[in-house]
Design a protein around this ligand. Structure first.
Ligand SMILES: [Zn+2]
Length: 112
């Protein structure tokens, strides 16, 4: 096998990849109610695309799947959300592991 150098993909392709990731998460959300397995498949595909094109998954989307078992998670359904002092703790009920997200400053300053 020839060792390939990692060249970043053209910007145009990466943009398309990002769009596809977004779409897959939207579809995952829609499918979740009737078919959670399908949602997991979409998450899997979205991650694969993101890795292949080296694009980052936006942070709001990162909270939509478990970083341990990569299953689609929905707060109140298969995920529990706890608010800590400086972080939000998501516990995935599928694999019983935790994920922590720090609060962002802009969330602290916005008043409800
Ligand atoms: Zn999990």
């Amino acid at each position: 096998m020839v060792k390939r150098k990692h060249k970043p993909k053209p910007l145009k392709q990466r943009k398309i990849a990002l769009e596809r990731v977004e779409t897959l998460f939207k579809e995952a959300e829609k499918a979740f109610k009737d078919n959670p397995k399908l949602s997991n498949k979409y998450v899997h595909l979205a991650r694969k695309i993101a890795m292949k094109y080296k694009v980052k998954i936006r942070s709001p989307l990162k909270k939509r799947f478990c970083k341990h078992c990569y299953k689609y998670i929905k707060p109140g359904v298969n995920c529990r959300v706890r608010l800590g002092q400086k972080q939000v703790i998501y516990s995935c009920l599928e694999c019983k592991k935790f994920m922590r997200f720090g609060y962002k400053k802009k969330y602290l300053t916005t008043s409800k």
